[in-house]
Design a protein around this ligand. Structure first.
Ligand SMILES: Nc1ncnc2c1ncn2[C@@H]1O[C@H](COP(=O)(O)OP(=O)(O)O)[C@@H](O)[C@H]1O
Ligand SMILES: CC(C)(COP(=O)(O)O)[C@@H](O)C(=O)NCCC(=O)O
Ligand SMILES: [K+]
Length: 238
């Protein structure tokens, strides 16, 4: 069943899909319609935190294509969420925790997308809370939008102090995000957690942190595949 299920992970910048061995990005509803007409999935599992993802959900309804939308379940398989209102946690964040559930040591996930999200588990499937920061592009764009003199910057950054405006901006974002990740690690208790990285911009930050950790680009899909194996959970979405 999993192999004939189309998995969609719609973030605020990019909508990613997996279908068996195939994966890619979808940047329009037309591209989405072409995809489903070509592959004819048995069903679609949609995880979205974006308007575009919501539109794809409507598109599936209009075409009467079988689909389910991932919802946060506060007590999934003993995964205890730190939020008093668990349903407020972004499904993308929850899916990274689902993927890491059962990790035998404290572990911190760093998801570098539109926003940079940090969440940690204590090694016993208890969520210790997290952080939400502007991601790489948002951080740079905020400077352009709210100043008169600062230009848009596209180049990759590094940790060294800049000697041009562009380098100062590019490297400032790297410094802020890599620094935040290093600082966050110390907030999750006396045992420094393992680090797992995901998100489209992970490799723009990861090389500049103290601990390289592990890169798992498809972590959200790993979470979705785990949920697919849980018939009760899938049933609860129907
Ligand atoms: N094919 C691609 N399309 C869009 N963004 C991409 C692509 N490949 C890498 N990226 C990078 O990934 C970032 C988005 O990361 P992602 O984790 O998908 O964010 P979100 O889940 O918030 O949409 C972009 O800012 C861009 O730098
Ligand atoms: C924090 C987010 C905007 C991140 O979105 P993304 O960077 O993946 O596009 C998303 O996880 C979200 O809408 N969360 C709901 C609020 C929360 O998690 O507390
Ligand atoms: K995301």
């Amino acid at each position: 069943m999993v192999s004939r299920t189309l998995l969609l992970d719609c973030g605020n910048t990019a909508c990613k899909y997996q279908y068996g061995e195939e994966h890619g990005h979808l940047d329009s509803t037309e591209a989405f319609v072409q995809l489903v007409e070509r592959i004819e999935p048995e069903q679609t599992l949609l995880a979205t935190v974006s308007k575009f993802g919501q539109t794809l959900g409507e598109c599936l309804v209009e075409r009467a294509l079988p689909h389910r939308k991932v919802r946060v379940r506060p007590d999934w398989q003993g995964l205890k969420l730190a939020y008093a209102e668990p349903e407020r946690l972004g499904v993308d964040r929850w899916l990274t925790l689902v993927a890491l559930c059962g990790h035998p040591r404290p572990v911190m996930v760093v998801d570098v997308g539109t926003a940079l999200k940090i969440d940690a588990l204590d090694g016993g499937d208890r969520h210790l809370g997290g952080y939400i920061l502007p991601g790489m592009r948002l951080m740079r764009r905020a400077l352009v939008d709210d100043t008169f003199a600062l230009p848009p910057v596209d180049q990759d950054g590094a940790l060294a102090p800049g000697a041009t405006t562009r380098d100062c901006i590019a490297n400032g974002a790297v410094l802020a995000l890599a620094g935040a990740v290093d600082k966050a690690r110390a907030q999750f208790g006396p045992t420094p957690p393992d680090i797992v990285w995901t998100g489209g911009d992970a490799d723009r930050v990861r090389p500049f942190t103290a601990e390289p950790g592990q890169l798992r680009p498809a972590l959200i899909f790993e979470g979705m595949r785990r949920l697919m194996k849980d018939a009760d959970y899938m049933e609860s979405l129907a």
